[in-house]
Design a binder for this molecule. Structure first.
Ligand SMILES: Nc1nc2c(ncn2[C@@H]2O[C@H](COP(=O)(O)OP(=O)(O)OP(=O)(O)O)[C@@H](O)[C@H]2O)c(=O)[nH]1
Ligand SMILES: [Mg+2]
Length: 358
């Protein structure tokens, strides 16, 4: 920074000097927060091995010393390590490169081997190539060598033998592997919020976690999934995912398309967030299930919970409503809540904990 200031023209410097050193703090944006990334296609390029050297020792009164070409260093591997502190794949770049090994040099100097490139990923990360699962990282500090670095080439010192005293031969370093993987998170959240646009999914996530997805009174406010973490008193943390709104024929690529439906697959259980103020609740539930089944058979059978939002508009207390609403969905846990007014959230959070403990 200092160098660029010295080099800049007089006028530019005078402009820079007039500006305050620290720009005033702006209020934080309420817009789309950085979205959660649970899938990446990654090209892993391991480092090449360094070449070996052809060299002969030349010293004082020793003009024809023996061969002293050093070996090249090994190229670095690309390694993925599972870590609890990593929550999504946003820190994984689409191209991951490891360094090359250094070349061997004269005077028997071997090249330095490159450090391995280590990338942290969350637990439950799956590596796929051509649709086949290659590896899964399920435990803390498990590692997967995604691409192996090339071996360093041998210098001419290595080839000295009784027959060949002056070998003019050294090896090139091996090439590092270059492989492409589809990296996915197997489980992204304990519960995924599924519902039509404007049902109040983002409001619910805001109410139960510290996540701040955008809330607005128009449909398709949420364009990417967001993850909120619910904190419990015993320091347990449980992830809940806010998924963009589904519409009729979402599974046929209508609305926001099917790309985000794959996020629903990665939720252990589904919370159907139904809007109390619009239409029949049972119809809403049936339509959502049809969409999920249309996308993938069996998805609708995943552990389900009915969350009836905007109960504050009913005029009755949630306890009064609970009995009637439960009869609409026999065999399913039903929770009448108001995300906006923060009514009925405690039983819902207890239910989340039970689901997680199971
Ligand atoms: N009265 C009332 N309004 C609510 C409640 N929860 C959400 N809303 C309102 O419903 C509207 C939609 O809320 P969002 O949380 O953005 O809905 P969403 O399901 O995330 O919508 P999309 O992101 O478009 O799918 C907003 O105007 C909220 O203020 C509630 O419990 N009671
Ligand atoms: Mg939303």
């Amino acid at each position: 920074m200092r160098i660029s200031l010295q080099k800049c023209s007089k006028t530019a410097c005078s402009v820079l000097s007039k500006r305050p050193i620290l720009s005033p703090k702006k209020p934080k944006s309420e817009g789309e927060a950085t979205s959660f990334i649970d899938y990446r296609r990654v090209r892993c390029q391991a480092g090449n091995g360094g070449n070996g050297m052809v060299s002969f020792f030349r010293g004082y009164r020793k003009p024809f010393g023996g061969p002293d070409g050093g070996d090249g260093g090994h190229g670095g591997h690309v390694v993925f390590r599972a870590s609890r502190s990593s929550k999504d794949l946003s820190t994984v770049h689409s191209i991951v490169r490891a360094q090359n090994g250094e070349f061997g040099r004269s005077k028997s100097c071997h090249g330095k081997s490159a450090d391995h490139k280590e990338v942290e990923v969350p637990l439950g990360t799956v590596f796929k190539a051509d649709g086949n699962t290659i590896f899964e990282l399920n435990n803390e500090n498990d590692m997967f060598i995604a691409a192996r670095g090339g071996v360093g080439g041998r210098g001419n010192q290595f080839y000295v033998s009784n027959e060949v005293r002056k070998p003019f031969k050294a090896e090139y370093g091996g090439e590092g592997e270059e492989l492409i993987y589809d990296v996915e998170m197997r489980v992204m959240a304990t519960a995924g919020l599924v519902g039509f646009p404007n049902a109040g999914k983002s409001s619910l996530l805001r109410a139960i976690s510290r996540a701040k997805p955008k809330v607005a009174s128009y449909p398709f406010t949420t364009l990417h999934p967001h993850i909120g973490v619910v904190f419990y008193e015993d320091f347990e943390q449980i992830a809940v995912a806010d998924i963009p709104g589904l519409i009729e024929d979402s599974h046929l690529n209508k609305g926001l398309g099917i790309s985000f439906l794959k996020h629903i697959e990665r939720c252990e259980s589904l919370w159907y967030v139904l809007d109390y103020s619009t239409g029949s609740l049972t119809d809403q539930y049936k339509m959502l299930r049809v969409e999920l089944e249309g996308y993938q058979k069996g998805l609708g059978d995943r552990a389900s919970t009915i969350v009836i939002n905007k109960i504050d508009l009913s005029g009755k207390s949630p306890e009064e409503e609970a009995h009637h609403l439960s009869s609409l969905f026999p065999n399913l846990p039903v929770f009448p809540v108001s995300a906006q007014q923060r009514i009925g959230l405690e039983p819902l959070l207890e239910h989340l904990r039970e689901q997680y403990d199971k």
